[in-house]
Design a protein around this ligand. Structure first.
Ligand code: PLP
Length: 359
């Protein structure tokens, strides 16, 4: 069986280093917010090219705590897309704010800026573009709208660790960048984890308080905080993996190139790449109107293909109340046509050959 993703392969490939890192924590002085988290926050922020990194428990919490740290909540509106992991919209709702969904550009599966201005009201406080599948959204245009309307810009980078837009890394362009280290993400832990990056020292300080009971160094609660800490063991594992990330992303791109070549001229539409960005292929997503048949035939040949995402967020029960009255035609169409082919750096030539042959 060829899985659509297989994070254990990465552990097996770097087993000695990862085991040593875990052992270092287990035999070390502190299991929570110790040396490993502090070092990883510094290393990750430097990698993205920003001043501050604040480790949190998940990508969902990265988004939620960023909204809270910005003072966004009840009575406020936040614009995002419906063609995304539900966590993007859940974070907005959990903050107490209202998610406002705009449609996607069907070429790139990211926020379509032509619908953005029309979605803005006096209550709009922020925009959360999602760099979906590993490709940055249309950031020049989105930054311009956010500036013009004085709105916060929060990048959902959960699928785009290491992707770049005009030479800047995803997460360094907006007011904050939110990352997930869920095991299948491009930089994945062996468990949950997340990070917020920013150049804003006040936002960083608020996030440090919010992730741990509202504490400052005096261990008094200064704001209403939660417990959303990045685990020391996850940080140690992620420190092992970060130096390999660019090579892993290059390997994903090489696999994408092989798929592109194999599918040229077929009735499967291959993913379009923006000239001004580097796509790091968290997922390699084709489009076809015969998705069910293609998926079933691949499955019978031992190849797993996933669907990201079969039901748009605004069509799911918890978010139906936020569905725009006219619907979201491109989002709804994409949900019926997208198919994610196997994609992870440890796929070898024989496996790629097998997928390509089956296709
Ligand atoms: C994975 C993901 C999240 C949530 O990250 P978790 O670590 O699972 O909470 C948010 N947004 C997008 C686009 C994602 O893919």
């Amino acid at each position: 069986m060829i899985y659509s993703s297989f994070p254990q392969a990465q552990y097996q490939a770097r087993r000695a280093e990862i085991d040593a890192a875990m052992s270092r924590v287990v035999n070390g002085p502190s299991y929570i917010l110790g040396h490993e988290v502090v070092a990883f926050e510094r290393e990750f922020a430097a990698y993205v090219g920003v001043d501050y990194g604040i480790g949190v428990a998940s990508g969902t919490d990265a988004l939620l705590l960023t909204l809270r740290a910005m003072g966004i909540g009840r009575g406020d509106e936040v614009i995002t897309v419906s063609h995304t992991a539900v966590a993007t919209a859940a974070a907005i709702g959990l903050a107490g704010a209202t998610p406002v969904f705009v449609d996607i550009d069907p070429r790139y599966f990211t926020l379509d800026v032509t619908g953005l201005e029309a979605a803005i009201t006096p209550k709009t406080k922020a925009i959360i573009p999602v760099h979906l599948y590993g490709q940055p959204a249309d950031m020049d245009a989105i930054v311009a709208v956010a500036r013009r309307h004085n709105m916060k810009l929060i990048e959902d980078c959960a699928q785009a660790t290491g992707a770049a837009y005009r030479g800047r890394l995803a997460g360094s362009i907006g007011d904050a960048g939110c990352f997930s280290f869920y095991p299948t993400k491009n930089l994945g832990g062996i468990g949950d984890g997340g990070m917020v990056v920013t150049n804003d020292p006040q936002l960083a300080e608020s996030l440090q308080m919010l992730r741990q009971y509202g504490w400052r160094d005096d261990r008094n609660s200064h704001v209403l905080g939660t417990n959303s800490r990045l685990d020391e063991i996850q940080a140690a594992i992620l420190r092992v993996k970060l130096p390999y990330l660019d090579a892993d992303n290059a390997r994903r791109r090489a696999i994408a190139d092989a798929y592109d070549r194999a599918l040229a001229g077929s009735n499967l539409a291959v993913p379009a790449r923006r000239d001004e960005a580097s796509h790091i292929f968290h997922l390699y997503v084709v489009r076809t109107q015969e998705r069910a048949a293609v998926q079933e035939r691949l499955k019978r040949a031992g190849v797993a293909a996933g669907i990201h995402y079969p039901v748009p967020v605004h069509r799911q029960p918890a978010f139906a109340a936020f569905a725009p009255s006219g619907g979201l035609p491109e989002t709804e169409r994409a949900a019926t046509e997208v198919l994610s082919l196997p994609m992870y750096p440890e796929l070898d030539e024989a496996m790629i050959g097998q997928v390509v042959q089956r296709l």
